[in-house]
Write a new protein. Structure first.
Length: 231
């Protein structure tokens, strides 16, 4: 019998005891544990093919007041194979799948999800951090909330950027010359800036902390604004 069979359940083991997180003052970071957590499959349905296992809960109240997109990650500071499932509902008795992730192509056995948060007071977002194949342990949950702004509405013609999410490099290409690239954190601080005049460029973002950023690109006389995610 494993030691975890005798472990005390975490305080947010049950959905109704979910710890509240907020987009009002992002980013948010929580250290937690699933050791001793109980099975959640009776409350949380399978989400995007990911089976619910024992885990702990967080709840994001009406993030649409502050953000239009949310990024959640366990990619750093985690010592076990995690899964993240996100649900929406007015309470724990009516959860519907929003998105989920198991092994992520960017951070391996750890996980990250990105989901839209329309302005609504009809439901909250419930976040379940759980283990894969019975795994349990300690984790750090990092959350970033994107601003309610016209991001990705200002889209440049014949311009591409990839990959997103990224760990080290973002590749940009355009038919016309890219005059400048500027990356801001969600506090509005400029963190990377290039003056260019070329049609293809690889931007090194390896020194940035994990999270969400805003990228402003000027091609010719046109400006595009985009969200990027560093993991």
């Amino acid at each position: 019998m494993s030691c975890s069979a005798f472990a005390q359940a975490p305080p947010n083991d049950l959905c109704e005891n979910a710890i509240e997180v907020s987009c009002e003052t992002p980013p948010f970071s929580f250290q937690g544990s699933t050791i001793g957590a109980t099975d959640d499959s009776d409350v949380a349905p399978e989400c995007e093919g990911i089976t619910t296992e024992s885990g702990v809960w967080y709840v994001l109240r009406d993030p649409g007041q502050w953000a239009d997109v949310v990024y959640i990650s366990t990619c750093d500071g985690t010592d076990f194979d995690t899964k993240i499932s996100v649900y929406k509902g007015v309470d724990c008795s009516s959860l519907e799948c929003v998105t989920a992730d198991d092994d992520n192509f960017v951070c391996g056995i750890y996980t990250m999800v990105v989901f839209d948060t329309p302005l609504t007071e009809d439901y909250d977002f419930y976040i379940l951090i759980h283990g894969s194949n019975g795994a349990e342990g300690n984790f750090t949950m990092l959350g970033e909330c994107g601003p309610t702004a016209a991001v990705d509405d200002n889209i440049l013609q014949n311009f591409k950027y990839y990959p997103v999410p990224t760990q080290e490099i973002i590749n940009l290409s355009a038919t016309d010359n890219i005059e400048s690239v500027t990356i801001y954190n969600l506090s509005g601080q400029k963190v990377i800036s290039y003056s260019l005049g070329v049609s293809n460029i690889s931007v090194d973002v390896s020194t940035l902390k994990a999270g969400m950023y805003i990228m402003k690109v000027i091609v010719g006389e046109q400006t595009g604004i985009y969200k990027i995610i560093k993991v």
